[in-house]
Design a protein. Sequence first.
Length: 380
Amino acid sequence: MSRVSCIADIEKIALDKLPRNARNYYTSGSQDMITLHENQDSFDRIQIRPRVLMDVEKVDMTVKVLGETAASPIFVAASALQKMADPIGEIGGIRGAVRHGVVHSLSSISTASIEEVGDAAKALVGTDPSFRDMRWFQLYIYKDRSKTLNLIQRATKSGCKAIIVTVDTPYLGRRLPDIREPFEMPAHLSLANFKTGEEKLTDDENTDSENASWLAKYFTEEIDASLTWDDVAWVKSQTTLPVLVKGVLSAEDAVLAVQNGCSGIIVSNHGGRQLDSAPSTIDALYPIAKAVNKRIPIYLDGGIRRGTDVFKAIALGADAIFVGRPVLWALAYDGENGVNVMLDILVEEFRMAMALAGCRSIKDINIDRVMKSSKYTPKL
Ligand SMILES: Cc1cc2nc3c(=O)[nH]c(=O)nc-3n(C[C@H](O)[C@H](O)[C@H](O)COP(=O)(O)O)c2cc1C
Ligand SMILES: CC(C)CC(=O)C(=O)O
């Protein structure tokens, strides 16, 4: 096989290699997957306006993030159950992120524990001056607040730098492949942050009702669907770490995040897996950025597959972006090495986009550098 040249190459190899169960779980969006497709399609409707003769011999991709400096604005999103892609799972992602000097976020529903991921980061970070341990922990708020608090405390103790509260998942979106052919957790894997055994549901429990996926049942049984901003305040009261909310798609909610003392927001539609027909994240971004007016940082995920997508997100107001599925494809493609290759490609594509657009540093990327494609005809 020739070398992979872009994320689409990695995805293609990964989809061929992944077992059906994992492929269905990773690829699916909710319902008709309108939002899933829009996440990527919307990027194609934005054009980049280059400026020339700007001396782009050196391009500085560094970004400030919660008081630290990341080597680039390309961060690793939290996604669950990564050992289904490769036995190294989340450890491959954290090692790639440390090597690339960028933020890594770990899902509550990970297959390597908070402590294992922390140890992997700590073992690597001193070995090269450019390496960074920038771990954030993604928190699902369980009905059982002692379970939730346990996660917050362990994330804090292990050296995570921020807590991301996911707020778009009161219930799991209807993912049709998972309803037609319920997802099964491979027997050798477990939810590593929970040692009680109750989170390791068996196959038997998949079969007893319509919509019998254990994931959907797990969510309904365990995750609190009654959350309000008071619960975000509760998380804040339990930790000294910065607290961000993930899953914001409206300017109103973004302003509420500012008013409720959040340290940042992640503009996200959960990779098109929750509310179908929600806007693509890149379309939702600009009104949010205007309303927030730089009071807190704004991050974005959803559909980022190319360096030019990263550029467009920053131009429209993001401080940095996260990639979700590309990490899973990379793991399936070649484990830890796959993650390094994937991040190398995205960083190089982004460096090239900046240089060819005439931007020497991140602050040069602004709204003047993008325009809607003339082919863009709004559907409304
Ligand atoms: C298989 C899978 C599992 C995910 N698990 C979580 C999770 O545990 N917590 C969470 O907040 N978001 C989760 N997400 C959403 C991602 O954090 C992110 O929002 C999304 O993947 C970004 O879109 P992209 O995949 O197009 O990059 C998951 C996404 C996928 C594809
Ligand atoms: C269902 C969870 C385990 C993870 C999640 O958020 C997702 O699959 O989108």
